[in-house]
Design a protein around this ligand. Structure first.
Ligand code: PAF
Length: 299
């Protein structure tokens, strides 16, 4: 039975390449041209030195008709593209497990309304970049964390178990824990790197930028009291160090003139901060700088 992936960006291509090693894989993309290219050439994974093309198990489509034949569907589009997809997902057989991989938490109200029996939320720690419509560069292997939002995770564990040696998945009981931690990482690293136009490492190697990183963390961490502050700061600093050469996804969006995920990430934190009466002046300033950059680019 086929695994379905919705989204032809970097993560959609990366997961399609890996998951097609053990299962037939169908990737659903928005543009007909991208679907045609993938059907013709397959998907190529490049690690900076070598590349491998996978064709055998992969098909692509720009129509969502065949979603209903999938054994599980991974939804890998940006949060602001979900509104076009949720109505389609709501009409599928309700026993197909759905796994959502969006940043932020603003979409969860709508996801909760879906009639599907098994819904999971996930976060991705891989470093990857789409080079062209059928090529992805894999910059660093990471863990994919999944937790149940509704239903029973055992159906998913069975499907994804075959990948454990080569493309790791980890299952957690608490979706709040994995999503909150990812949100803190994204809210502290992405907007700052986008406005400062620097790779992640500069946020810990440049003492002025490091102070800014800590000012953001000081405002954001109190919003998530269940998260251990010290451990989380170490985690964020560690990610800046281990991905020091990488340009964050938000910086890449700005560079490519695309809409960013600032509303899903920092917009969500500001909303939460305001509702709790927490001061968020520094985070608001950075939020407005990213929004302003989008406007300058015609967004
Ligand atoms: O969004 C990103 O770019 C990544 O999640 C992270 C971890 C911030 C590293 O660049």
């Amino acid at each position: 039975m086929t695994i379905g992936i919705i989204g032809g960006g970097a993560t959609g291509l990366l997961f399609s390449w890996y998951l097609s090693k053990q299962n037939p894989l169908k990737i659903f993309v928005r543009s007909y041209e991208q679907a045609e290219k993938i059907n013709e050439k397959g998907i190529t994974l490049y690690n900076g030195k070598e590349s491998w093309t996978s064709t055998d198990n992969i098909t692509a489509s720009s129509s969502y008709r065949e979603l209903e034949n999938c054994r599980v569907i991974l939804i890998m589009v940006k949060q602001y593209h979900l509104s076009g997809i949720l109505p389609i997902l709501s009409k599928l057989p309700t026993n197909i497990p759905l796994v959502f991989f969006q940043n932020g938490l603003g979409h969860l109200g709508e996801v909760k309304e879906l009639p599907n029996e098994n819904i999971f939320l996930g976060t991705i720690e891989h470093g990857c970049q789409r080079l062209d419509p059928c090529t992805v560069r894999h910059n660093g292997m990471g863990l994919t964390r999944i937790a149940p939002f509704k239903g029973d995770v055992s159906c998913l564990k069975g499907i994804l178990k075959v990948y454990e040696d080569d493309f790791p998945f980890s299952f957690s009981d608490s979706w709040e824990e994995i999503l909150h931690k990812k949100l803190i990482v994204n809210a502290s690293i992405n907007p700052l790197t986008a406005v400062l136009n620097v790779p992640n490492g500069s946020l810990v190697n440049n003492r002025y930028f490091k102070k800014m990183l800590h000012s953001i963390l000081d405002e954001i961490l109190p919003l998530f009291p269940e998260v251990d502050e010290k451990e989380m700061i170490q985690n964020v600093v560690g990610i800046c160090e281990s991905t020091k050469e990488n340009r964050s996804s938000m910086l890449k969006d700005i560079e490519a003139g695309r809409k960013t995920e600032i509303d899903a990430i920092m917009g969500y934190c500001l909303m939460k901060g305001e509702s709790l009466g927490h001061p968020m002046a520094f985070s608001r300033l950075v939020y407005e700088m990213v929004k302003g950059k989008e406007v300058e680019q015609g967004g």
